[in-house]
Design a protein around this ligand. Structure first.
Ligand code: TYM
Length: 332
């Protein structure tokens, strides 16, 4: 890959804040894999370790957490022969471009973003400049490679909009040719929490099934999802039951979901049976990923090599973008 794009580009990433869960897998990683296998696209996927330090984190575990993301990627099916796979902090051009971009982004706009407001609520004592700059760094991640597509969950849309806006402003003022990046949506673009409210998330206890969970753990977690009597005039559209039905659709089939919906308005759903067959279906899909993960854990040199090679290839493209943007901004 060089900066003269011959194919459309794809960029995405995951923060190194803990093991990947089904939301990350269905909303993002499955999309990464689908796009990596398309001939017309060049893909770049990273563990976003610089974004991880925008909220409180542990410096003793960050390096391993970043490698965990990379191992989860590889175990899920990302292929370094097809995609560039590396750590964000190994390509310093991301932060360089973020600083250049910050000259065209207003503080007011950043403070009004819903994602910023959520984080301020979660960590009122840790509202740092890094947190305020989060969307600008993300715009830099995407536009450093002139990426056309970003496979990501629906929660990332406001950030991708910031990238489009910065691209537009830069193109108008400096004559750059940054694209209007679009989000690539998977079927699991919004995976709900097991607890019945909100999305599946690393930061909400009990809300998530991790890629590493075995059948016993998945069964136990699903057993805590709140349900109702199993019968009624209309199928709930929110809460625990609605969320279970979404997971049935994502891991079993749309037909299976419709079958349960039919039962709800007739003889009734037996949630014990639903949860058992759902847990088995989830475990079935995760098993091959878990097996590959164990092989990767035994081969840390391979994982390091993937990261090193990926960083080298990413930097080649990144350097060219920085050179061009600096010239156009009058910095040379
Ligand atoms: P992060 O680490 O929170 O999540 C990684 C990806 O997982 C998706 N996701 C979900 N999708 C559906 N349902 C859910 N419950 C769910 N939970 C998480 C997210 O949408 C995301 O795609 N800001 C990003 C990291 C990032 C990035 C980037 C992404 C930094 N730079 C450039 C794309 C491009 C984030 O915090 O993702």
């Amino acid at each position: 890959m060089t900066n003269n794009k011959t194919k459309k580009r794809v960029f995405s990433g995951t923060r190194a804040t803990g093991r990947l869960h089904l939301g990350n897998y269905l909303g993002a990683v499955k999309g990464y894999i689908e796009l990596q296998n398309r001939e017309d696209l060049d893909c770049i996927y990273m563990a976003m370790d610089l974004h991880t330090i925008t909220t409180p984190y542990d410096q003793n575990t960050l390096a391993q957490a970043s490698r965990d993301v990379i191992m989860d990627y590889l175990a899920a099916g990302l292929d370094p022969e097809k995609s560039i796979i590396t750590l964000q902090s190994m390509v310093p051009e991301h932060t360089y471009l973020a600083f250049l971009f910050s000259s065209m982004a207003s503080v007011a706009q950043m403070t009004h973003l819903p994602t910023f407001k959520d984080k301020v609520k979660q960590h009122p004592e840790d509202v740092t400049m890094a947190l305020l700059n989060y969307p600008i760094l993300m715009a830099a991640d995407i536009l450093l490679y002139r990426s056309d597509l970003v496979p990501a969950g629906i929660d990332q849309e406001p950030h991708i909009e910031v990238a489009r806006e910065i691209a537009r402003k830069f193109n108008n003022r400096f004559g750059t040719d940054f694209p209007a990046t679009k989000r690539f949506e998977t079927k699991g673009t919004y995976v709900p929490s097991l607890m019945g409210q909100g999305k599946m998330s690393k930061s909400v206890a009990g809300s998530a099934i991790n890629l590493t969970d075995d059948l016993k753990t998945i069964t136990k977690k699903l057993s805590k999802t709140p349900t109702d009597s199993g019968q009624g005039d209309c199928v709930p559209t929110e809460g625990g039951v609605a969320n279970l039905l979404t997971l049935v659709e994502l891991f079993q089939s749309e037909e299976k979901r419709r079958e349960y919906e039919g039962l709800y308005t007739s003889s009734g759903i037996r949630y014990g049976d639903l949860k058992k067959s759902l847990a088995e279906a989830i475990s079935e899909e995760l098993k091959p990923i878990q097996e590959r993960r164990i092989e990767l854990e035994a081969n840390p040199e391979y994982v390091e090599q993937v990261i090193e090679d990926g960083a080298k290839k990413a930097r080649e493209i990144a350097r060219e973008t920085i050179k061009e943007v600096k010239e156009k901004m009058g910095l040379i």
